[in-house]
Design a protein around this ligand. Structure first.
Ligand code: PHE
Length: 368
C-alpha cells in the first residue's frame, strides 16, 4: 500500500537509532494527544500502533540485529511501545468520557419544553354517564354498580326469563367457560336491579350505569361492548305515572326544556306492563311530522326517537328478590348511552366511540 498517506509509506527503521525511536514515540504521543475525537484517535492508532507503524516494524527488526545489539534495542523499542500504548489508552479514556457526556447532554429530555402532543380528554361516554348520575343523585337516588361477569341467575332467572324463554336467545349472550359455569358477561344492566333489591330494603331509588356485552359484530350502529344506564325504584304506591314523570324529567335534563317521553307498549319479562321509551325529537320537536317541506334527519320525520325500555317491575321479580309485592311496587327503565350520545351530539358512527382516538373525545370538552 503506498500513496499520499505518509503513515503507510515504508519507513526506514532498520536499525532504529535511539533518536529515531524517540522521534517515532514523540510523534505517536503527539498524534494521540491532539486526536480531537474517537475516529481521529482510531486513525492515529492505526498509524502509530498498527502492523505497519514504525514502532511495529522496528520491533520486527530486532530479531535481525546482531545478538549484542538485540537487548539494548529491545529495551529501547519496548519502552517506546509501552509509552505509545499508554498514551493511546489515556487519550481513549478521555475521549470516551467526553463522548458519553455529549450523548447524555444531547439525548436529555427537557420536560419543560412545550409538548407537541394533543392533550387528553375525558371520553364522552364517561361524561354522559356522570351527567346522568348527577341528574338522579340530585333527586336523592343512589348510584349502584354490579359486576360485568355476572351470574346467569341474576342476568336472566331472577328477572323472570324462563330457561326456554325466547328472550334468552334474543339477548345473544357471551357465556363464560366452562360451559354450565352459570356465568355470563351481563347482557344488560338489569341484573343490578336484582342485586339492588337483594341487598337493600325499600324504599330503593338507584341509577346504575355500566358496561354490557352482546355478541354483535362491530358496525356503525352496533358494538359487542356498550354502555347502558338502568333506573330502579321500589317503594310503596309506585305506579306507571311515577315512571312517566321521572322519564320526562330525565329527557329534559339530557335534551332540553319543553321535551317529553312517550311510552309505547312492548314486552320485557321483568316488567309488566312494559314499554319502549321514545323521546320527543329535540331537533324538530314534532314539526316535521306530515310536513314534507320540513323533513327532519334526526327522527326521520317521525317526531319521536326510540330511546330505551321501561315498565312497572314484575311482581315475580320482586318476589324472586325477597320483596313483598303486596306491599311494594316499582318501576325500572334502561337505555343505551351510545345511542343517547348519538342523538344528543349527532355522532353518526358508533365505532368512533370505541376506537379511542383522542381527537374524537376532545370535541366534547373537559380536556385533561
Ligand atoms: N334491560 C332491557 C334491555 O337491555 C332494558 C330495560 C330496562 C327494560 C329496564 C325495562 C326495564 O333491553
Amino acid at each position: 500500500m503506498s500513496g499520499p498517506n505518509k503513515n503507510y509509506d515504508p519507513v526506514e527503521v532498520t536499525p532504529l537509532h535511539a533518536d529515531e525511536v524517540e522521534r517515532t514515540r514523540d510523534e505517536a504521543l503527539d498524534a494521540f494527544r491532539t486526536a480531537a475525537d474517537l475516529s481521529a484517535l482510531q486513525e492515529a492508532k492505526l498509524a502509530h500502533l498498527g502492523e505497519r507503524s514504525p514502532i511495529a516494524l522496528a520491533n520486527r527488526e530486532i530479531g535481525a540485529l546482531p545478538p549484542q545489539a538485540r537487548k539494548e534495542a529491545g529495551q529501547r523499542i519496548g519502552s517506546a511501545r509501552k509509552a505509545i500504548n499508554e498514551a493511546y489508552a489515556a487519550r481513549l479514556a478521555v475521549l470516551e468520557a467526553e463522548h458519553e457526556e455529549r450523548m447524555l447532554a444531547t439525548e436529555q429530555v427537557d420536560v419543560t419544553l412545550p409538548s407537541s402532543l394533543l392533550p387528553g380528554a375525558r371520553h364522552p361516554l364517561s361524561l354522559i354517564s356522570e351527567q346522568i348520575a348527577d341528574v338522579f343523585t340530585a333527586l336523592g337516588w343512589d348510584v349502584a354498580e354490579g359486576p360485568e361477569v355476572e351470574a346467569e341467575w341474576l342476568n336472566f332467572d331472577a328477572l323472570n326469563f324462563q330457561p326456554d324463554h325466547p328472550a334468552r336467545q334474543m339477548q345473544d349472550t357471551f357465556f363464560v367457560e366452562p360451559a354450565g359455569s352459570g356465568t355470563v358477561l351481563r347482557t344488560h344492566t338489569s341484573p343490578v336491579q336484582a342485586r339492588s333489591m337483594l341487598t337493600r330494603t325499600p324504599p330503593i331509588y338507584v341509577i346504575c350505569p355500566g358496561r354490557v356485552f352482546r355478541t354483535d359484530e362491530l358496525d356503525a350502529t352496533h358494538t359487542p361492548v356498550f354502555y347502558q344506564v338502568e333506573g330502579l325504584v321500589v317503594d310503596e304506591g309506585i305506579t306507571l305515572a311515577h315512571l312517566k314523570g321521572t322519564l320526562d324529567h330525565f329527557v329534559v335534563s339530557m335534551f332540553g326544556e319543553g321535551l317529553e317521553a312517550r311510552l309505547r307498549p312492548n314486552f320485557f319479562p321483568f316488567t309488566e306492563p312494559s314499554a319502549e321509551v321514545d323521546l320527543k325529537c329535540f331537533v324538530c320537536r314534532g314539526a316535521s311530522v306530515g310536513n314534507p317541506d320540513r323533513p327532519c334527519r334526526t327522527c326521520g320525520s317521525e317526531g319521536w326517537i326510540e330511546w330505551g325500555g321501561c315498565g312497572v317491575v314484575n311482581p315475580r321479580v320482586l318476589q324472586a328478590c325477597g320483596i313483598d309485592p303486596e306491599r311494594y311496587s316499582g318501576f325500572a327503565f334502561g337505555m343505551g348511552l351510545e345511542r343517547t350520545l348519538m342523538f344528543r351530539n349527532g355522532v353518526e358512527d358508533m365505532r368512533d366511540m370505541v376506537e379511542g382516538d383522542v381527537r374524537f373525545s376532545r370535541q366534547f370538552g373537559m380536556e385533561i
